[in-house]
Design a protein around this ligand. Structure first.
Ligand code: NM2
Ligand code: OGA
Ligand code: ZN
Length: 341
């Protein structure tokens, strides 16, 4: 151990090429504490493994860490929230167990809503800093979602927005979005959330032909204005090495020209239309109105969001920001580790 890993941080000090290519075990035995000791030759190196570690890492079990896959998520639809949305009182977010509850909700169902967040401008950045780091983009560290004159994005109008994930034209995509409601006195302007993993799993169930068309054919998304030209080439439904869903992207406003070979075009549009028709099903849509002081935070690689059109009378003002899942899951893991110590 001491020569293999740094004692201060546990990081490995050697590379695989430093190991002899032909390696053998001279002997293996149990020590006084029940650890399994293995003496390797030709280096005469003694490795000590706990039985617990050996069991967990048994090749046949093929245990691997995975926090993005559909497999560890609780998929949902409209009627899953008959007993209410995952609401969390912002004041109690100073407590570790509330933070952990919120982050587990993000990991398992893909979102939570904080209530009682002070309706102070810039508060959304305070919330990000309490959990990690903001992901700054061309829209700023913070963006104002309200009606604008000459908007560079349809989000900045009073039009309804269909279900979408944000910024699919950016690679890597911001993986978390926050929307904080400062003012809400318009008619309409309801929020809608759809579980994109659920929608993708329905597509897979309904058509073994259409589903792989959207995972295998990568397409372009694009956003441009006077100062920006963002482009990506990505699949709408992304799978991991076990063919499990790990990411979805969907945004009719910013899908670019679909340039696929001619013989694939018809089938692609058929699959895209089917996916879009599933996303629009009422039974998938969770609809609610954000009140002043509510802040919703969601996994932008899984949960699609939409809003209904709103009246020109009254005011609707949200402030938004992006973050990333890696930092939030790291916080979740450290809080869970603390509980397990
Ligand atoms: N805004 C609100 O991804 C998108 O283009 C949706 C994003 C402009 C930051 C809107
Ligand atoms: C956005 C967006 C929804 C809303 O800003 O990305 O989709 O409720 N806004 O205004
Ligand atoms: Zn959006």
């Amino acid at each position: 151990m001491p020569e293999s890993r740094n004692l201060d941080n546990g990081q490995r000090l050697f590379s695989v090429k430093d190991l002899p290519s032909s390696i053998s075990i001279e002997k293996a035995y149990k020590d006084d504490q029940g650890n399994v000791c293995v003496l390797f030759q030709p280096e005469n190196h003694l490795s000590v493994f706990s039985q617990e570690w050996l069991r967990f890492n048994c090749y046949d079990l093929n245990n691997h860490f995975e926090d993005r896959s559909e497999k560890i998520k609780k998929l949902w639809q409209k009627n899953s929230f008959e007993n209410g949305l995952p609401l969390i009182d912002y004041d109690s977010m100073t407590k570790d167990d509330t933070k952990l509850k919120a982050l587990c909700s993000l990991r398992d169902i893909g979102f939570f809503v904080l209530t009682g967040v002070p309706t102070v401008k810039g508060q959304v950045l305070k919330v990000t800093s309490e959990m990690g780091y903001t992901r700054e983009t061309n829209y700023g560290a913070l963006f104002e979602v309200r009606t604008e004159v000459k908007p560079n994005n349809l989000a900045y109008t009073n039009l309804g927005l269909g279900s979408h994930t944000d910024n699919p034209y950016r690679d890597p995509v911001p993986t978390v979005q926050l929307l904080h409601c400062l003012e809400s006195s318009t008619k309409g302007g309801d929020s809608i959330l759809v579980d994109g993993f659920k929608a993708a799993s329905i597509l897979r169930e309904e058509s073994s032909e259409n589903f792989p068309i959207l995972t295998n054919n990568w397409i372009n998304f694009r956003f441009s204005d006077d100062n920006t030209d963002l482009r990506s080439r990505v699949p709408m439904i992304e799978l991991n090495d076990k063919n499990e869903i790990i990411k979805v992207r969907y945004n009719n406003r910013s899908i670019d020209t679909i340039n696929l070979p001619k013989d694939k075009m018809r089938a692609f549009y058929k699959a895209y239309r089917h996916w879009s028709e599933i996303i629009e099903r009422d039974e998938l849509k969770v609809q609610f109105k954000l009140s002043e002081g509510d802040l919703m935070l969601f996994d932008n690689t899984r949960v699609m969001h939409a809003r209904t059109e709103f009246s020109q009378t009254g005011k609707r003002h949200l402030q938004g920001a992006y973050m990333d899942l890696d930092g939030l899951y790291s916080l979740l893991n450290t809080l869970e580790n603390k509980n397990n110590d």
